[in-house]
Design a protein around this ligand. Structure first.
Ligand code: HAM
Length: 424
């Protein structure tokens, strides 16, 4: 019996890779325009990093982490998200000493043992972005503007929802108001909500149980409990989003699934992915760097889920396979074949994608292969052409044929010709 891939772990096949590359190159170019530099961090970290940052009573830490004991007895975890590893590296390498504000991004796989469904995998990929070193509202607004612009440049329609989760000064009062509200109807709530009342009251607002949602009608709203500083900060963020031309909606019930957030939180929401509506999400985490042993530095970031982006792009624009072969060289007879092998290498050095039939079969079989590889041109070189000192270039789209002198200049002439046709 053949061995299959693991449930929730997806192969990204060549036909899909074009979209992934397009997303990554658009994102890298855009992040650069906003002053971000790439950082690459390991996939495996000490488990304690995630317990301390994401929070011990979150779904991720309670149920979803791939945690195991390493051969030397250490508890290690496949990273479920990118923020904690980037901050760990930031602290470990004292990056705050290099620049007053660090803007970092990382792209790669994350692991959560969730129930797989459309847009939800166990190995998924994030583009994760962090700004460290400023609590100014402009940083929040610019970051959301960048996330928004990424969606625009990819041609996707999403909505930006924002909230403020307050700070350690004002959040306890809201938590208490929530507990009181829950107490008044605890017999009608699910077990999870009753448990969360103790451990993590904010999370009850995210409960999917319809009965609980009914009970939460009229629940106190967090923005009403913000302290003066958090309120001023949130108002400034909204004003700046307006200045930057980014439309947004307030969502007082967006609580996020990770414990490290303070003040601004946001999500990029789509209606086109069924239950998995968040294409990207993030927020401010002003206490997290210090919590991980670093200096008292504010931070904010977001991550976009690349599988969700690719699904949306496939739905709206179809698959975009990587561009195919430029020239397929059809060679007949040993002498022509040897000349063609040399020519193929010269054309590749001149920057074109070139293939040949390794077995050197009949003309018909080679032309069939050229078709299969989606070649834009075929170059035909038989014994007759060799004797006449020419090669025949056939445009596979227009079927026009052109005789070209078989001399030392052929590779560069071919490369220029193909470039001109492709760009026309
Ligand atoms: P998150 O909301 O857990 O935040 O994940 C961010 C995005 O990753 C989601 O909006 C979604 O698009 C994608 N995602 C999450 N889980 C899955 C999954 N199982 N399958 C497919 N896609 C998924 C974070 O991870 C934070 N670290 C974001 C952040 C960065 N906050 C500040 N800086």
């Amino acid at each position: 019996m053949s061995i299959k891939g693991l449930k929730g772990f997806k192969d990204i096949l060549p036909a899909e890779v074009g979209i992934w590359q397009r997303i990554e190159s658009s994102a890298r170019a855009l992040f650069h325009r906003y002053g971000f530099a790439e950082i690459r961090v390991p996939i495996l970290e000490q488990t304690g990093l995630f317990l301390r940052s994401i929070g011990e009573t979150t779904d991720i830490v309670e149920k979803e982490m791939y945690t195991f004991t390493d051969k030397n007895g250490d508890s290690v975890t496949l990273r479920p998200e990118g923020t904690a590893p980037v901050l760990r590296a930031f602290v470990e390498h004292n990056l705050h000493l290099l620049q007053p504000i660090q803007r970092l991004y990382t792209i790669g796989p994350m692991f959560r043992h969730e129930r797989p469904q459309k847009g939800r995998l166990r190995q998924f990929h994030q583009m994760s972005v962090e700004v460290l070193g400023s609590e100014e509202p402009l940083v929040d607004a610019e970051l959301m503007a960048m996330a928004w612009q990424l969606m625009q440049e990819l041609g996707l329609t999403v909505s930006l929802e924002i909230n403020s989760l307050g700070c350690p000064q004002c959040r306890p009062a809201y938590n208490q108001a929530l507990r009181d509200f829950i107490d008044a109807r605890s017999d009608k709530l699910c077990e999870d909500c009753q448990r969360r009342r103790q451990t993590n009251p904010l999370r009850v607002l995210d409960c999917k149980n319809a009965g609980c949602q009914e009970q939460y009608q009229g629940v106190p709203e967090l923005p009403d409990f913000l302290c003066a500083d958090c309120r001023t900060h949130f108002e400034a963020v909204q004003l700046l989003l307006g200045l930057l031309g980014v439309p947004f909606k307030l969502n007082a019930f967006m609580v996020r699934g990770l414990d490290y957030y303070t003040r601004t939180t946001f999500e990029l929401i789509t209606g086109d992915l069924g239950a998995q509506s968040a294409v990207g999400a993030g927020g401010r985490y002003d206490g997290l760097v210090a919590q991980l042993g670093g200096p008292k530095i504010s931070g904010i970031g977001f991550a976009v889920g690349m599988e969700r982006l690719t699904l949306l792009l496939e739905q709206s624009q179809g698959l975009q396979a990587d561009s195919g072969t430029d020239i397929f060289i059809v060679a007949l007879g040993e002498a022509a074949r040897n000349r063609a092998i040399k020519l193929s290498q010269e054309c590749r050095s001149a920057g074109r994608a070139v293939l040949m039939d390794p077995a050197g079969r009949s003309m018909k079989a080679q032309m069939k292969q050229a078709d299969k590889f989606g070649a834009r041109f075929t170059l035909i070189l038989g014994e007759d052409e060799l004797q006449r000192g020419v090669a025949i270039l056939r445009d596979m789209a227009s079927k026009e044929q052109l005789e070209m002198p078989l001399d030392d200049e052929l590779a560069s002439i071919l490369a220029n010709h193909v470039t001109a046709v492709i760009n026309s």
